[in-house]
Design a protein around this ligand. Structure first.
Ligand SMILES: [Fe+2]
Length: 311
């Protein structure tokens, strides 16, 4: 049986791998499944090249790494017409916000974040495939929380020790309290009521730093939907978060994925931050995502008791 071909994503990055030759038959092989799981643990991001573009294949790749999880937000569009659990569609609908960065209007832009941050549980991973690729923009960026932690100035990084973030979902990016690009402005606000409902609602709590079983410390913050820190939503708390975030953005060494036909991308949601660069609002872009179940055990709801600091 032929096997898969594994290469580093980029020689200059501490994370990421590129895999070619994956077929649905090979995915039934226990040795290949074990090899892919080890690669995922070691490298955090796996780009699959030349894979069959069907929902069945997306689910087959995803379930190598764990069972699928349905999306926690009922209003998010499900793409699984044939009832394959948990395939969601990411596209710019009429309610989508349009932002501007460096004078360029963008849809489907998203700041650096980890998925389900607004939930007490953090899904293990996600798999993306791009059904309609935007010609102008539409890249997906990934960054390694271990690399960010290691490369931050320790004097500033220490301020993130023991910090617990308050997070909930707010698609109105202009209301983000820190971490927006300097030239950012909102051209058209997101119009769903979900964000308004959340504004004074219940938050999830996640640590800004955490330690993997393998010993590495991970920087794991997002300004997306961040309301403050536990017990403190003041401007002073936001200033502290902003200083830490700006240092992380100075240290960050991201990978920008330029989508090609027949790609799928897997990332470790406990370790890797991701960001959508957005695309020209005149263009159509459709991405499907699966969500792989699991939990690192460090999140909780704001009104629930605290859990241990390591997983
Ligand atoms: Fe995301």
């Amino acid at each position: 049986m032929t096997s898969i071909d594994i290469q580093p994503l980029d020689e200059n990055l501490s994370f990421g791998a590129k895999v070619a030759g994956v077929t649905s038959d090979l995915l039934k092989d226990d040795a290949v499944r074990a090899q892919l799981n080890q690669l995922f643990e070691d490298r955090g991001v796996v780009v699959f090249k030349g894979v069959e573009q069907t929902p069945e294949m997306q689910v087959a790749i995803s379930t190598v790494f764990g069972p699928l999880k349905d999306h926690p937000v009922p209003s998010v569009e499900r793409a699984d017409e044939d009832k394959l659990l948990g395939v969601i569609a990411i596209a710019a609908g009429p309610e989508a916000c349009v932002v501007e960065i460096e004078g360029k209007p963008l849809v489907t832009w998203q700041p650096w974040h980890f998925d389900h941050a607004y939930n007490n549980e953090l899904n293990r991973a996600g798999v993306l495939r791009s059904l309609i690729i935007a010609k102008d923009g539409g890249r997906t960026a990934f960054a390694d929380g271990i690399q960010i932690y290691n490369d931050m100035d320790p004097a500033i990084r220490d301020k993130a020790e023991g910090l617990s973030l308050l997070l909930n979902l707010d698609l109105r990016y202009g209301r983000q309290r820190f971490g927006l690009p300097e030239t950012f402005r909102v051209l058209r606000e997101h119009t769903s009521t979900l964000s308004q409902d959340n504004e004074n609602g219940r938050c999830s709590v996640h640590p800004a730093l955490w330690t993997r079983k393998t010993g590495e410390k991970v920087f794991h913050m997002t300004p997306y939907g961040c309301r403050g820190i536990v017990g403190d939503r003041s401007d002073a708390a936001i200033e502290r978060l902003s200083e830490i975030w700006d240092e992380a953005m100075r240290a960050i060494k991201p990978y920008y994925h330029e989508w090609e036909q027949n790609d799928m991308v897997l990332w470790d949601n406990w370790r890797v931050l991701h960001h959508a660069t957005g695309c020209n609002p005149e263009e159509k872009r459709i991405v499907h995502r699966t969500t792989i179940k699991g939990d690192y055990g460090l999140g909780r709801w704001e009104d629930e008791p605290k859990v241990a600091e390591t997983a």
